[in-house]
Design a protein around this ligand. Structure first.
Ligand SMILES: Nc1ncnc2c1ncn2[C@@H]1O[C@H](COP(=O)(O)OP(=O)(O)OP(=O)(O)O)[C@@H](O)[C@H]1O
Length: 590
């Protein structure tokens, strides 16, 4: 059957198809146009963002440049200031040298005149002449006294200028103490080069320099001079040593953190300097004149606090030892209330400071209480005999006195107000503890009942914050008696003691590495290489006022160790930190 195809129908169908295609194309075009418009919008947005970023970049660059310029100008001004101080120091040294010469000459002349007077008196026996001569002698002696006085004043000025220089540089202060010769300076083993082991080779040359004779016997003298902020000789008493440290206690109440650290080889007098001479029976009180820096500092601190309004300051104490690279809380008690060393960890907080969570703090109100706690923990501290020292400390001891000031002095308050609300809040967040924080702290398993103070609670405190003037300021006084470095051969130890020795030497070399990195201003400072440096991180690299007390033996027997300690001190002096800052101020010290 023939198939008739209606052409109109076919066309109509094709037209319909084409129309459908056209519609979908138009729809696609519309879609694409919308997409295009959206893309344009996004492009415009991106362009805007790019422009803003570019503007920000330009302004950041400008700010950077400005800061760079300011830094350059500050550095240049500081350099000028430093060179002026150096020149002044040099001038004063010259003047001092002239005065010394003049004074010596005058003394000589007056002696000669005195001799002449006595000769003339015997020969001539004439009253008039004697009187004249006596008058002359009196004038000369008076002149000599005056010169001596001027000399002393110039010396003081020189030291003051030097201290200003140290403050300007923000350097670590280094003092050195050369102890007297002691029986163990004479070695039982005869020296291979024939020299006497007890020969004095390290001397306090002046009040700021140490002279070391490094020559081998038979060879020409080879002297090395080391300069420090203050040098004490064997004749210097505990009181004299503390006098130079005392001003730091005032700084503590002015809002600075302070750290005093004794460094030196075993038997060089670190514990003697920090704690004082120790009787066999630790309960026997030590005479004031024999006390070291820790009791004297505690005494001075309570004296200063007693001059403040009543109950405005509280002091809390913690004691830790770093033994075999482990941190032990020496004030922690067991269930029966007996003190036992409990292991703790040191952590870095979100603000970058180091802290020991759950560390025991005891409230102390008198120096005697501090010393009672010290005697209690000294029994726990690791000691063992070595060939050099029969009661050698085998751990680093860190005594911390935390002062909370509810009514800070005008100086600290003014600084804090200048520092601004933002700063205070940042500081207070870390320092203020609300009842909720206290509860959190006391829920810590080994928290002491005696103190509400613990490491800061991480959870936000909903309680209202105190105003700026109400916020207590907390400052830390860290007193560190480091374990003594020594060579294995010299100490003659073996077994467990050998491990102790290697831990001590490793932690001290970690301390040295940290100082090296800071002195060379390396971007990474390896604080975490040892528990000791991690714990002391804020004091060494932070903004605390740090005083390193180098202890050295005077004799040939320990020459290598003494040179190593003096080198450590010199390296510490090279560190240029930001000048120490008061707590909560954010303002650099003048
Ligand atoms: N300036 C000093 N005057 C008198 N005696 C001192 C002086 N310095 C140290 N001594 C005595 O030297 C001995 C060793 O001193 P000390 O215990 O302080 O050494 P150390 O550096 O702490 O040693 P270690 O690191 O091994 O513990 C002690 O008997 C101490 O009394």
């Amino acid at each position: 059957m023939p198939l008739f195809i209606n052409r109109d129908q076919i066309f109509a169908h094709q037209v319909h198809l084409l129309e459908h295609k056209l519609r979908s194309k138009e729809e696609r075009i519309l879609e694409l146009e919308t997409e295009n418009a959206l893309l344009h919008l996004r492009l415009a947005e991106c362009m805007g963002k790019l422009r803003r970023d570019q503007e920000e970049e330009i302004s950041a660059k400008r700010r950077c440049q400005h800061q760079g310029n300011v830094q350059k100008r500050t550095r240049a001004a500081l350099a000028v200031l430093l060179s002026e101080v150096q020149d002044l120091k040099q001038d004063l040294q010259d003047v001092f040298a002239v005065y010394v010469g003049f004074a010596t000459e005058l003394e000589k002349q007056s002696k000669q005149l005195l001799e002449q007077v006595s000769c003339t008196a015997v020969q001539a026996y004439q009253g008039d002449d004697i009187q004249k001569l006596q008058a002359q002698v009196a004038i000369l002696e008076h002149g000599l006294q005056e010169e001596k006085e001027r000399c002393r004043t110039e010396r003081m000025r020189r030291r003051l200028l030097h201290n200003t220089l140290v403050e300007l540089r923000g350097n670590i202060r280094v003092h050195c103490r050369v102890r007297p010769i002691l029986p163990f300076d004479c070695s039982q083993v005869p020296s291979t080069n024939g020299s006497s082991s007890s020969e004095v080779v390290v001397q306090a040359f002046s009040d700021d320099s140490v002279l070391v004779n490094c020559a081998k016997p038979g060879s020409p003298v080879m002297n090395k001079m080391f300069e420090f902020e203050r040098v004490h000789g064997p004749e210097d008493t505990q009181d004299a040593v503390f006098e130079e440290v005392k001003p730091l206690l005032t700084s503590l109440l002015d809002g600075y953190n302070v750290c005093i650290m004794a460094y030196g080889q075993t038997g060089s007098g670190k514990t003697y300097t920090m704690i004082g001479s120790q009787p066999e029976d630790l309960t026997v009180p030590v005479h004031n004149s024999q006390q070291g820096i820790i009791p004297k500092a505690a005494n001075e601190l309570f004296k200063l606090i007693s001059e403040k309004p009543a109950e405005s300051h509280t002091v809390e104490m913690s004691v830790v030892e770093v033994y075999n690279n482990e941190l032990l809380d020496l004030l922690a008690k067991d269930e029966e209330g007996a003190r036992v060393g409990v292991k703790r960890e040191v952590i870095t907080t979100s603000t970058g400071t180091s802290e020991v969570p759950c560390l025991t703090h005891e409230l102390v109100e008198r120096c005697a209480e501090v010393m009672q706690l010290i005697s209690a923990v000294l029994r726990l501290r690791a000691h063992s005999p070595t060939l050099v020292h029969r009661d050698s400390s085998r751990s680093h001891l860190i005594v911390t006195l935390t002062v909370t000031s509810k009514s800070p002095n005008a100086l600290a308050l003014a600084r804090r107000l200048q520092g601004g609300q933002k700063n205070v809040h940042r500081g207070s967040q870390k320092e203020w503890w609300s009842p909720r924080c206290r509860r959190a702290a006391s829920s810590c398993s080994s928290s002491p009942a005696t103190s509400p103070y613990h490491s800061p609670c991480q959870s936000p405190c909903p309680s209202p914050r105190p105003s700026i003037s109400q916020t207590p300021i907390r400052t830390k006084l860290q007193l560190v008696d480091l374990a003594g470095s020594e060579s294995v051969g010299m100490s003659g130890v073996s077994g467990a003691a050998l491990w102790e020795n290697s831990c001590i030497n490793r932690s001290l070399s970690a301390l040295s590495d940290v100082l090296g990195a800071l002195a060379e201003q390396r971007p990474h400072v390896p604080y975490r290489n040892s528990k000791l440096t991690h714990l002391l991180q804020d004091s060494i690299g932070g903004d605390a006022k740090l005083l390193v007390m180098l202890c050295v033996s005077p004799t040939q027997r320990f020459l290598t160790e003494s040179l190593q300690s003096l080198g450590f001190g010199s390296r510490a002096r090279q560190i240029q930190r930001d000048p120490p800052r008061r707590k909560n101020t954010g303002i650099k010290m003048k």
